[in-house]
Design a protein around this ligand. Structure first.
Ligand code: HXC
Ligand code: NAP
Length: 292
């Protein structure tokens, strides 16, 4: 068994129709592909309809599943409501939402214009709010249950991170929304969870977070205890489980999938993994000698 393999049985998601924001590229595309393989119907949305249509054709060809591309800027509530309407016209019912769309780039915060800061907050936090509110109102009014919201955050949603401050601020808000709604909407049969990925190579993230030779200078794999970046199928396996009914008792959880990366940065003595065996011999002697 390999971690790059599909985890769930065929047909696991056959009664699900799931909207994936940012589903035309990167992790959104990988999750959408796997949902389709498991029998779900999938709506993919983002701003770029050409990209979405190309992805939808590719995913349909590869999986045989029904995938519907709709252009939508998640910052605009009217466009979000249009996604809901068009999805219902096409599939009759929606029971899952994956808030995956995001904007991000590295920058010292003092270099950002107010507009640049807003852009990220609006895509990540306001976009997630818009999608969640529209779907939540629909589920509650029409008594559609069970329903699930899965938010894609990051581990710096709780640690914070320098040089991506708008993203960290917005993802922290999404995490608070996840935990709050998990409690408030459970009575309607709506579960709300999150995934916090560590580094998973995608063009969108790598171009903006590790441009040029930064990806060699700051090779993310080096600061991960498991010494590798994530594989898309690993994240897709987790996402499929969390939107499926197998996870019916998981609500308000944020599942970290980062090979131990954030804890490595946090533990006081974790950097001592760079010490060689010979050096440990010498250090042990020094410590023991002190006692004598
Ligand atoms: C400073 C910048 C900048 C930069 C843009 N701006 N890039 N400021 N440094 N590198 C400023 C612009 O000058 C402008 O401000 C404002 O931001 C908006 O820029 P536009 O290019 O006009 O915006 P737009 O075309 O809407 O594009 C939005 C975007 C872009 C967020 C800037 O990168 C985008 O489309 N991203 C979507 C995909 C994405 O980001 N994926 C990565 C997710 S990775 P002014 O004031 O000049 O108008 C992720 C991983 C996290 O989240 C965890 C990893 C471990
Ligand atoms: P990506 O391919 O760039 O995905 C971001 C998606 O968001 C794109 O498809 C983009 O499509 C869409 N989007 C951006 N602005 C939008 C808007 N205003 N309205 C609608 N859609 C919009 O990058 P990714 O790496 O796969 O990221 C996916 C998610 O994983 C994000 O939430 C990210 O924060 C999270 N994440 C990624 C990593 C990683 O290492 N890759 C780590 C931690 C968390 P358009 O440009 O067509 O709109």
């Amino acid at each position: 068994m390999q971690y790059t393999q599909s985890m769930l049985c065929p047909g696991t998601l056959k009664d699900k129709t799931i909207i994936v924001t940012g589903g035309g590229s990167g992790l959104g595309k990988s999750m959408s592909r796997y949902f389709l393989e498991l029998g779900a119907k999938v709506v993919i949305t983002s701003r770029n309809i050409e990209k979405l249509t190309k992805t939808a054709d590719e995913l349909h060809k590869n999986t045989g599943g029904e995938v519907f591309p709709i252009a939508c800027d998640v910052r605009d509530y009217a466009q979000v409501n249009n996604v809901l309407k068009q999805s219902l016209d096409k599939f009759g019912k929606i029971n899952g939402l994956v808030n995956n769309a995001a904007g991000n780039f590295i920058s010292p915060t003092e270099r950002l214009s107010a507009h640049a800061f807003d852009i990220i907050i609006d895509i990540v936090l306001k976009g997630t709010k818009n999608m969640t509110l529209a779907l939540g109102k629909y589920w509650i009014e029409h008594k559609i249950k069970p329903a699930t919201v899965l938010n894609i955050v990051t581990t710096y949603a709780w640690t914070g991170s320098a040089f991506v401050v708008p993203s960290a601020t917005a993802k922290a808000g999404v995490l608070a929304m996840t935990r709050s709604l998990a409690v408030e909407w459970a009575k309607y049969g709506i579960r709300t969870n999150a995934i916090a990925p560590g580094p998973f190579p995608t063009k969108g993230a790598w171009d903006r977070l590790l441009p040029g030779d930064l990806r060699d200078k700051f090779d993310p794999a080096k600061k991960i205890p498991l010494k590798r970046v994530g594989e898309h199928q690993e994240l897709a396996n987790l996402a499929a489980y969390l939107v499926s009914d197998f996870s019916a008792y998981i609500n308000g959880e944020v599942v970290t999938i980062d090979g131990g990366e954030w804890l490595y940065g946090a533990g006081e003595f974790n950097q001592l993994d760079k010490i060689s065996e010979e050096m440990w011999d010498a250090l042990e002697q020094m410590i023991k000698n002190r006692k004598k």
